[in-house]
Design a binder for this molecule. Structure first.
Ligand SMILES: NC(=O)c1ccc[n+]([C@@H]2O[C@H](COP(=O)([O-])OP(=O)(O)OC[C@H]3O[C@@H](n4cnc5c(N)ncnc54)[C@H](OP(=O)(O)O)[C@@H]3O)[C@@H](O)[C@H]2O)c1
Length: 284
């Protein structure tokens, strides 16, 4: 993959990875989903994002089956701990469950899925403990807005956060106002979820927008590829589109070879302007 992102800790990952929410939920589509994930890996999408929450572990089990034939070191596995498990009482057993389902003995990145009632300092302490023991190579957060990030930065060990995974797509650019610049300054990478706005359903008209369609036509590509190329345009963003289809996954991987011109980016800005004021975090 041409587009790569280097994290603060110097780990380098592909800018396009594989999302897995809802994958593994149905026995009927299991083989197809495994085939889709493997095609993505073969095409260079070696970063896989999952969570203990997804299908109560079923997505992790599906990923475990999909990656079994691959060299573990060639993959970058990301999973997430639920808020209620993100403390001293449950985090170790949560991680053990994830590792077992994934068929591995370490995670490359462990994310705190969203903020809950457990004190942030306790969560960070546990994540740092797991990192020092080598059971996770790095940790990050998800669904943290700017005030959460500022609070995290005041906590001992909090600055070891590598990534904030938040919703970001062309039709939802709120983070560009203050959260993203704050993260850039501190080299906390953005991992964009819902980069395809859940097949366009989160932003009416996105897939049929005339500007995006024209740009896609001029490159001989699909609108989804324009959305993904736009998402990873700055070299510091990792997008994790999800697909249970091999054809869609290959299209998504193909966005790696698409570069949008300054003029095209300006046209997209006109159609979907960057925010001019603080907008609270969009979430799914
Ligand atoms: N941290 C969090 O709180 C959080 C929240 C939401 C998501 N996530 C992560 O981010 C990942 C991505 O978000 P998401 O799954 O919600 O939404 P998404 O990736 O924006 O969209 C997924 C949808 O797009 C379709 N799709 C994918 N590629 C396509 C293509 N080339 N052409 C047409 N349709 C295409 C998929 O259908 P097909 O299967 O038919 O291709 C699926 O319906 C998740 O899977 C998950 O890993 C994290």
């Amino acid at each position: 993959m041409q587009h790569q992102v280097t994290l603060r800790n110097q780990m380098t990952v592909p800018a396009l990875g594989l999302g897995t929410w809802y994958l593994g939920d149905s026995q009927a589509t299991r083989d197809r989903e495994i085939e889709a994930l493997r095609s993505g890996i073969d095409a260079g999408m070696t970063l896989i994002d999952t969570a203990e929450m997804y299908g109560s572990g079923r997505s992790e089990s599906l990923v475990g089956e999909a990656i079994a034939p691959y060299d573990r070191k060639s993959l970058f596995l990301v999973s997430k701990v639920l808020p209620g498990n993100a403390g001293r009482k449950n985090m170790v057993s949560s991680l053990q469950g994830s590792l077992k389902r994934l068929g591995t003995d370490y995670l490359d990145l462990y994310l705190y899925h969203w903020r809950g009632a457990i004190p942030l300092s306790e969560t960070v302490d546990c994540l740092e403990g797991l990192r020092k023991e080598g059971r996770i190579r790095a940790w990050g957060v998800s669904n943290f807005d700017i005030n959460d990030m500022k609070e995290l930065y005041q906590i001992k060990g909090g600055r070891n956060c590598q990534v904030n995974q938040v919703l970001y797509h062309t039709g939802s650019r709120g983070i560009e106002y203050s959260l993203l610049p704050w993260m850039r300054e501190r080299k906390v990478a953005l991992m964009s979820y819902c980069p395809l706005a859940q097949a366009g359903s989160l932003r009416k008209g996105l897939f049929s927008n005339p500007v995006l369609k024209e740009i896609a036509e001029s490159h001989g590509c699909d609108v989804t590829q324009v959305l993904l190329a736009w998402n990873i345009r700055d070299g510091h963003t990792i997008a994790i589109p999800r697909s249970g289809s091999q054809a869609h996954t290959l299209l998504n991987a193909g966005a790696d070879s698409l570069s949008l011109t300054e003029e095209e980016l300006a046209r997209i800005d006109e159609a979907y302007p960057a925010p001019r004021r603080k907008i609270y975090l969009d979430m799914q």
